[in-house]
Design a protein around this ligand. Structure first.
Ligand SMILES: Cc1cc2nc3c(=O)[nH]c(=O)nc-3n(C[C@H](O)[C@H](O)[C@H](O)COP(=O)(O)O)c2cc1C
Length: 75
């Protein structure tokens, strides 16, 4: 997260890809900010894809915690 939204280098990734037919679950790290509107803004920018509620982790999150979240998504 940068200044309360997705770090802007992410914008290039969003704009360079077609998410048609894909489920997208944004996730991020931040010092303290929550996701806020960042997921909604990315979904609007993408214009394609089925965007689900995202997840924020602290910047010191462990790989195991991220893996645990992924496992719990039951994808
Ligand atoms: C330009 C910039 C803006 C940032 N803005 C926020 C912010 O608004 N809220 C927040 O919680 N963290 C903010 N951060 C902290 C980053 O989210 C944090 O650096 C990132 O999660 C990676 O963690 P790390 O630096 O410990 O590796 C910002 C960092 C940078 C470089």
């Amino acid at each position: 997260m940068w200044w309360g939204i997705a770090a802007w280098p992410v914008d290039d990734f969003i704009q360079s890809n077609d998410f048609t037919g894909k489920t997208v679950i944004p996730f991020c790290t931040s010092a303290s900010s929550g996701l806020g509107e960042s997921g909604t803004l990315l979904a609007e920018m993408a214009g394609t894809g089925d965007w689900l509620e995202g997840q924020r982790f602290s910047s010191a999150v462990s790989e195991a915690d991220v893996q645990s979240w992924l496992d719990g998504l039951d994808l």
